[in-house]
Design a binder for this molecule. Sequence first.
Ligand code: NAI
Length: 470
Amino acid sequence: MPDTYLQLVNSGPTATLAKRLGLPRPAVLRRYTPGAPLVDGPVLVLGRGDDADALARLLSGPAGGMAPGTGTGSGTAETPVLLDGWDLEVHRHPAPDVRYGAVVLVLTAAERPDQLTDPVLAAAGPVKGLRSGGRVVTVSRTATADDAPAVAAARQGVDGLLRSLAKELRGGSTGNGVVLTGDVPVTAPSAVAALRFFLSRRSAFVDGQLLAVDSTAGTLPADWERPLDGRVAVVTGAARGIGAAIARTLARDGAHVVAVDVPAAGEQLTAVANEVRGTALQLDVTAADAGERILEHVRARHGRLDVMVHNAGITRDKLLVNMAPDRWSSVLAVNLESQLRINEALLTSGDFTDEPRIVATASTSGIAGNRGQTNYATSKAGVIGMVRATAPLLVPFGGTANAVAPGFIETEMTARIPALTRQVARRLNSLQQGGLPQDVAEAVAFLASPAAGGIVGRTLRVCGQNLVGQ
Ligand code: NAI
């Protein structure tokens, strides 16, 4: 269902009228297409210390590769890092009259709250002049109970800074943070890949999020445009909506895709599978043998399985007081229990062991709750718990499991929401619009990539910084 309001406030006389009336004017987001520049304009890297220096070198270094050691930053002698530079125009101090495409605030060295002051205030002017569709990315460390109180205060302070700053950005710009856990170096593959994802157009609808990097696991791609080259990925619920977008996006990034959906959606499923030059598997994910059928299919048709994307989902909304048992059970069966059963089959098969990835679809309803959705929110919160507990089981194989939590996304599912409620729901985030299926698909593709191996059991929201929940 097209967002007519978004189109009106961005075109001709209606745009002028909206401006005069002071109406919210959501920007048309710039989305990724192959070959698009990583950042539209120069990048300002603020912050002191080895980590800031290392990231500045990475961003400005030649694309053909940098000498071993030059990109190590806080890497150690035992783990030399050869980083392919990103060839961006990088400044270390704000230059007057320059409109930046991105500001990277490296705050890992802050050990007291007052050490945040200089880099944060130095960002003010550049953020004011940020180009539309610009990016602000903080890089910080997680605050833990083991830290000295002042260290924890400074580190936790970055959360509030980032979440508030993201709400102040305009023109389709976003703010997100990479948070390093423990002593994970800033040059760890997943830290580098997360920074790149947040800087790029791939994260157009991800806003106000802090993504933790838990380990040094993961492998950087030979080609950032095809991070899934040669990988085999199964996507459930792929006949339409977000699932079809995931199938297209994984295929664009180099994966062989198995598109799964119920037999009733067979025709649409075949169309998607043909479009992405993958294969179709008609399967109800709630079938007791769904995992075995997926394994049989990939063994016979593709010879391997690397990525399992659990996207199939349903809603059966009712207040709990009016909830018929089958409305409760069917939602849990499709959205959660099927995923547990399929994962168990994959994990015990012995055929899901080469840096495997599970990416499951949760929802902001599972984080904030939603009236009329006790069944759905239970299932989606369950997904968040499931990936947290499943990821450690995959770590011995270089694997991981993570979730995406979409907010309001324009699909057939949300087109069924009554018109007025839909209009309001779209505006309740910092970007004042609904996301597109592609936005969720980009986050899934990032978490499915070999570079994301150090992100362990996390949930990444794709919600334009929805005002509900954390
Ligand atoms: P959709 O209703 O457009 O598509 C869901 C697909 O899953 C359909 O093709 C359907 O046939 C398939 N499916 C349903 N039950 C199945 C089963 N038992 N076995 C195999 N396939 C089955 O939904 P949409 O909007 O694309 O959502 C995709 C996922 O994203 C769902 O898990 C949903 O809960 C989640 N989500 C969507 C949001 C939105 O705003 N659209 C927000 C948050 C989460």
